[in-house]
Design a protein around this ligand. Structure first.
Ligand code: SAH
Length: 393
């Protein structure tokens, strides 16, 4: 077993059970990609078992802080089983569920979503890559399912020195799946969709949106960055007369359009616009359009804190435009999924947008990812999705 010695003073985060060891915190030791290492303090005392990643600035990801624990197949079976069992105890009204959420489930670099009877997984770090066959079997065993698709086609794998990898890991067949979310039917393709196929993290916020649209009697709704129209279906379910979905992905919009009919709504109530959201919002303003409810759910503008300033300008701009387009008494649901923008900073950005728009608003709620995307006390960096529900005065 190889050892990684931590520099003096750099062991504190591991003692708090934070699972990452950065390159600069290591005094000596190296290992092969994904190899299990013993991480030890400057005095040689045990701190953690972890997976080594020679090319990543996150050089070790901790598996366990228990010296007696062995990192073997049984370890992965236990962790996967715990993650799956936890979801069974959560209030989730869908058969689309995040079963494994990386570090928060003690499996750094692993993301697994269940869509009806298909599992879709991302292996994002050398540790889970090395244990992939064991993890794949453990997932089937814990869920009783037979089909697991891999979507490890994500840029961050490059930082780990890993090539993209996609395809069936276990089982085979059609990659299109229909899930049932809050009684709505939504389709996705695990091979073609974004990430693992769909954005499960917004599940609770989609239901809230349907409820608010209904309560407010919102008639005209604008769903920006709609992807396959989850919030659009929510708005129709809430009774909106007209929903405009805007996205720059034609395949996503085609699926959004299909979702209207699939859920039994009249197609005349839905409009789909293939456009850049910022430009579309400006066009709406010029045409004097007004909406009773608007959703802004953009992609990650700031992957890390280094991009925060440019991202802040982009967030502020779309939020300013949306606040101007809202009718008085209208609802804005606005999100950021940028890890580099904190909830606090996002609030300030949107407040600034309100000032620039000359609009005040009542903050109805602070929103976050659904509970199957947990954060843990030891790993607050896991928090990424934040949102605000604002009622325009
Ligand atoms: N709200 C969606 C998820 C949105 S993901 C849901 O509930 O499922 C972000 C979406 O923004 C993606 O579908 C992507 O295609 C789209 N997108 C990215 N940049 C865009 C731009 N500049 N204009 C319009 N859409 C954009």
């Amino acid at each position: 077993m190889k050892s990684i010695r931590i520099r003096e003073g750099k062991e504190r985060s591991l003692l708090r059970r934070h699972p990452w060891v950065f390159e600069g915190s290591i005094a000596k030791g190296k290992a092969d990609p994904g190899e299990t290492v013993r991480v030890e303090g400057p005095d040689g005392r045990f701190l953690a078992w972890g997976a080594y990643s020679p090319s990543s600035s996150i050089r070790v990801r901790a598996w366990s802080f228990d010296e007696a624990e062995r990192i073997d197949a049984a370890f992965f079976q236990r962790r996967v089983q715990q993650a799956v069992q936890l979801r069974g105890r959560l209030p989730i009204d869908s058969d689309g569920v995040r079963l494994v959420h990386g570090e928060a489930d003690g499996l750094p670099g692993l993301v697994v979503d269940r869509y009806a009877d298909v599992l879709s997984a991302q292996f994002l770090a050398t540790g889970v890559e090395r244990w992939k066959p064991v993890i794949a079997d453990a997932l089937l065993q814990a869920t009783g399912l037979t089909r697991l698709y891999e979507r490890s086609d994500v840029g961050v794998r490059g930082l780990e020195g890993l090539e993209p990898a996609t395809g069936w890991l276990r089982g085979e067949g059609a990659t299109e799946v229909t899930i049932r979310e809050h009684g709505w039917r939504l389709t996705l393709d695990v091979a073609e969709g974004h990430k693992t196929g769909y954005y499960l993290d917004q599940r609770d916020n989609r239901r809230l949106f349907a409820q608010w649209v209904e309560r407010l009697g919102a008639q005209r709704v604008l769903n920006c960055y709609s992807y396959t129209g989850g919030f659009s279906v929510a708005a129709l379910a809430g009774g909106a007369q007209q929903v405009v979905s805007v996205d720059s992905s034609a395949p996503a919009l085609a699926r959004a359009r299909a979702h209207v009919a699939l859920n039994g709504f009249d197609e005349s109530r839905a409009e789909f616009v293939d456009a850049d959201v910022n430009q579309h919002l400006r066009g709406c303003l010029q045409r004097g359009e007004r909406f009773d409810a608007i959703v802004l759910d953009p992609p990650k503008f700031a992957p890390t804190a280094a991009h925060a300033e440019r991202a802040a300008r982009a967030y502020k701009d779309i939020n300013r435009l949306a606040l101007m387009l809202l009718a008085p008494g209208g609802l804005l649901l606005t999100f950021s999924c940028s890890g580099g923008v904190s909830a606090d900073l996002f609030h300030k950005i949107v407040a600034g947008a309100g000032t620039d728009a000359g609009v005040d608003g009542c903050l109805l709620a602070r929103l976050e990812a659904a509970c199957d995307h947990p954060t843990t006390l030891a790993y607050p960096e896991g928090e990424y999705l934040k949102g605000l529900a604002i009622l325009k005065r």
